[in-house]
Design a protein around this ligand. Structure first.
Ligand SMILES: [Zn+2]
Length: 450
């Protein structure tokens, strides 16, 4: 049994929805015994960054709460924290309730919500307090996507001041959207319309600048800030500098930034569109820095930013204009195994650090610990029995995400979540799916510890 702290040979007794006891040769009569010898028994994964059923540029992400959470379970993830979105002129509460309705009765795994704030008014600030009381304790703000999501510094600062009072946590999409937008318009005028230009118009320096600014604003407000989907050395440097000064700056990265690169965006015949997400995939030499960040805990979490769009009828919306390619990649099913294979098997991180990155740290950061994110007496029995010896090839032809390609297509990995359990109920066992829609419930989360 592996947790963030320990690796021990032990039996795990599950009673109802929770873990009842852990010990060597437990002397109990169980209704059922699952033999996990030669396997790792690890906490179910927590993906703290998903976009299921999300509107983007006139279309919706291809996985909804039913298909996306089933794929999550197949891959060993038993909790997701998705993003509810405020529409312009709308209260946060109304946006939140729309997402509650999308998930209700459909999700296979437990879920919480972060709230995306599109405009900061006096009402918004009051709404933030009310959401924290309802267990929506994190708020995502954007420094990118002018006219769609981008907030100015004053709005960002006001929201940050509010979280210093209400116990919320600000999550930041840190890219300088103003400068990027000017570059995008210039490239399009010059006829540079291929997918690779998505990366060339969103340089790492503009992620570094925004990350630095976000942290400076948070320090002025006296609050913690969490940088989402950190992709580059430039942004990591800003986080490291702040942390070295003792500032509460946190960040996640995603598998695509660890295993894919700008070369994938440059694939010919529009295939690069499959790899369009923001921030963009970076030149390969950024990857070693990100791994170092994971080892040294300057990056605390690996999430997916799962936001799939079909290649054939959604990504093609940008065939003549890269800026119209829906932004996002599929990853919810593969995160657990690709990080195990590329991290633990490759000798980059320890088994315990793996568990911390995919389960324990997200539970702590987002107010779910110790109910989620570990295996301990009293915690939810969200358990993965992982066979590290199984060799397989990732592919759209075998995955369960509802999207027509896999961004890790053809990748050879060693490791398979053979049995996946949520609150004591088996969702996946030996290649069979036993879960049912509605089995997952809403998780109110605790305030950020200050
Ligand atoms: Zn996202």
């Amino acid at each position: 049994m592996v947790t963030a702290g320990d690796t021990v040979a032990a039996d795990v007794l599950v009673d109802g929805e929770t873990v009842a006891a852990i010990g060597r040769s437990l002397d109990v009569t169980a209704d059922r015994i699952v033999d996990a010898s030669s396997r790792y028994v690890m906490p179910g994964g927590i993906d703290a960054h998903t976009h299921l059923d999300m509107p983007f540029g006139g279309t919706f992400s291809a996985d909804d709460f039913e298909s996306g959470t089933a794929a999550a379970a197949w891959g060993g993830t038993t909790t997701v924290v998705d993003f509810a979105i405020q529409d312009f002129g709308e209260s946060l509460q109304a946006g939140y309730e729309r997402w509650l309705a999308k998930a209700a009765g459909r999700a296979h795994v437990d879920y919480g919500f972060h709230m995306i704030i599109r405009e900061v008014t006096d009402q918004t600030l009051t709404d933030m307090d009310a959401l924290v009381r309802q267990g929506v304790t994190s708020f995502k703000l954007f420094m990118a996507y002018p006219g769609v999501f981008m907030l100015d510094d004053a709005s960002i600062f006001r929201a940050m001041q509010r979280t210093s009072d209400n116990g919320g946590l600000i999550m930041m999409h840190a890219e300088n959207g103003g400068a990027i937008d000017v570059l995008v318009q210039r490239y399009l005028r010059e006829g540079r319309t291929d997918p690779v230009n998505h990366a060339l118009t969103r340089p790492a320096s503009m992620e570094g600048e925004a990350t630095h600014r976000a942290i400076a604003l948070a320090r002025l407000a006296g609050v913690a800030v969490y940088i989402v989907h950190l992709s580059s050395r430039d942004a990591l440097t800003a986080v490291v500098e702040a942390r070295d000064r003792g500032a509460p700056a946190y960040a996640e990265t995603c598998p695509q930034y660890l295993f894919l690169s700008q070369d994938d965006l440059a694939r010919p015949d529009f295939e690069g569109a499959k790899y369009v997400c923001s921030p963009p995939l970076r030149p390969r030499d950024h990857q070693d820095d990100l791994w170092k960040g994971l080892v040294q805990d300057d990056l605390q979490i690996v999430s997916t930013d799962h936001c799939p769009f079909d290649y054939k009828d959604q990504k093609v919306l940008g065939r003549a204009d890269f800026s119209k390619i829906p932004n996002g990649l599929p990853g919810i099913e593969d995160r657990y195994t690709v990080l195990f294979d590329g991290g633990v098997n490759a000798g980059r991180i320890t088994l315990n650090r793996f568990v911390e990155l995919v389960a324990t740290a997200p539970a702590r950061m987002f107010g779910l610990y110790p109910r989620k994110g570990t295996i301990a007496p009293g915690s939810d029995a969200d358990i993965v029995i992982f066979n590290p010896a199984v060799e397989r090839v990732l592919s759209a032809s075998t995955h369960h995400m509802r999207v027509d390609y896999n961004c890790f297509e053809g990748m050879r990995v060693r490791g398979l979540p053979e049995v996946v359990m949520q609150r004591g109920e088996v969702l996946v066992e030996d290649g069979r799916f036993l879960g049912r829609p509605g089995q997952g419930g809403f998780l109110p989360r605790s305030a950020f510890p200050s």
